[in-house]
Ligand binder design. Sequence first.
Ligand code: SF4
Ligand code: SF4
Length: 449
Amino acid sequence: MPAGPTADNLIAIARDQGVVGAGGAGFPAYGKLRAKADIVIANGAECEPLLHKDKRLMEIYPDEVIAGLMLLQEATGADTAIIGIKAKNEAAIAAIQPQAESAGVSLELLDDIYPSGDEVDLVYGATGRQIPTGGIPLEVGVVVNNVETLLNLQRANRGEAVTHTLISVTGAVKSPKTFWAPVGTSYRDAIEYCGGATLDEIAVVDGGPMMGKVQFNLDEPITKTCGGLVILPRDHYLVGRKTQPESQYKRVGKSACDQCSLCTELCPRYLLGYPVQPHLVMRALEFSGPQSLDLGRWGQVCSECNICSLYACPENLNPRDMCRSAKVELDRNGSAWSRDELAALTNDAHPMREYRGVPTEQLKQRLGLTEWDFPAPFTDEAPEIQQVAIPLQQHIGEATQPTVQLGAAVSMGDVIGAMEGDELGAGVHASIDGIVVDINSRIVIKGQV
Ligand code: SF4
Ligand code: SF4
């Protein structure tokens, strides 16, 4: 392995250049560089239906992904490096396999099921190690990073800050594309760059149909953690399901749940042996007080993957959001299970686990998404964005503090926000050339035309 920067240098570089988990969570990447592990995994599974950017990233920049993985391997001292990639992504495999082989990286070929890219699932599938309930991969000696995070780490190491994010925009747009969007680009501008919407009334799903958020405000910005936008009709089934108010899903759930337990039988966490049983969380609707809290604990370590609500339940009920509500209640009451209690309730993986994965194609059909799935080819043509609104907090941890004044002229890559002291977070950088015209929770930069 070639000599790279020292681990301390790389930690400072990753923090200052704004590298955060690009797979959705936004954990500052330097936190994982501090760890000592024996296995590092590049997560290229991209299991959300209709997202295409990770496979394109591995097709187009295989050398940079591998170089980023090598940096992570060196920093953590790991002796094994793996890339998780779906077997169906043949072009990405063909591009990355030669580079991987020469770097001693093995490929873990994954089935096309959801949620194969879930960190806990991936670690179990690739290493056979079961992460302790409520824990993180490092507890079993593994560090996982998304492939775009690794590419960003490699670029940070050669002096480039995170100013753009690779996204696919698909669904109801005239020309679906995968492209590098300046961080802070509005949904509106991203849609325009893809030829505009094909419908008048649209909703934007930011981050994938299963776990992403539905947004109606087209002025909202794209952040470093965005994996893609799926543009759907505003009255699409999925939009309705994902925006159901709490009062409604609780009322309907109370009257319609027949405790068939299909939600639990298909729950990926339950199938891995973890104490998650969404049908018991649904049963809590029959109770109040301590009994309700007791039952709510069966949703405490739910990953919020949405299989139970959007695929398993024959009544179209919403156990996922019930688990989410239960977590809030448990926090509020200080009555969550301890790590020891969770460990005592954890089993080996279920013997039927390998037969109960949810094929992505079936999921797309079930959600009415098949007709909105387009290839979104990659273009390296840079969109000309006239204004960006860059959030100061795009990561887990504390908000970044602005380092520029109103009216300042900035160039792409300039630092506009930095962390104070040792707080967990990452720097923020200008993603276009222009003038700072507003500073609040976002720094707004207007391009000079
Ligand atoms: S699958 Fe639906 S009806 Fe069956 S127990 Fe779960 S929430 Fe209730
Ligand atoms: S969202 Fe549902 S299926 Fe997914 S982990 Fe939570 S309870 Fe299980």
